[in-house]
Design a protein around this ligand. Sequence first.
Ligand code: GLN
Length: 226
Amino acid sequence: MITLNVCHLYGNLLNTYGDNGNLLILEYYGKKMGIQFKTDIISLDDAFDADKYDLVFVGGGQDYEQMIISKDIQQKKVALTQHIEAGKAVLAICGGYQLLGHYYLDATGERIEGIGALNHYTLNQQEDNRYIGNTIIKNETFNETYQGFENHGGCTFLGDGVLPLGKVVQGFGNNGQDQTEGALYKGTYCSYFHGPLLAKNEQLAYRILATALQARYPEKAAEIKL
Ligand code: GLN
């Protein structure tokens, strides 16, 4: 039996909109392929072991939780960056996505530091508003369309070296301006989609599963035809 070691990062704090359903979906598709998941919640004061985990999942949350996590995640910055740079799999949603970037200016304008592992930053340029609604994006590299539901105050801007997860067909996306949604860097997939993201997007689930298998089980990863 193949076992994937999964880190549910801050799973007890970042858990809005059923985002942890993404792990259930990955587990469901994994099971069909004879893969089992061994999941640990790694939260405040826990060490993140970059050598141990095949997949990191981090969900969305409120500004309050993000503020608390912002301090703690700095202790995990080196190991998380190592995991990301090695091309290992990460799925980060909304607040979790924001924390992987340089910083997030929250609803009150307060600066919440990220770890800068990905080259993006998040402002709050909306007045008394949030980006809420059904969203459709197209990833032109993969020629795949993803559907979801977004709900965020932050406006994220991607820097050099980071691609969007997709181009906005419907909805607001990262910032309502540049038609980008989410981010893609090596094996790290980020999105504002809740709902959860993978429930409606099977191809993306298999893509993330293949990335998670790649380092330790390349033959198993190759069974996934993308
Ligand atoms: N608090 C962040 C924002 O409003 C993230 C929200 C979320 O994770 N849903 O942008």
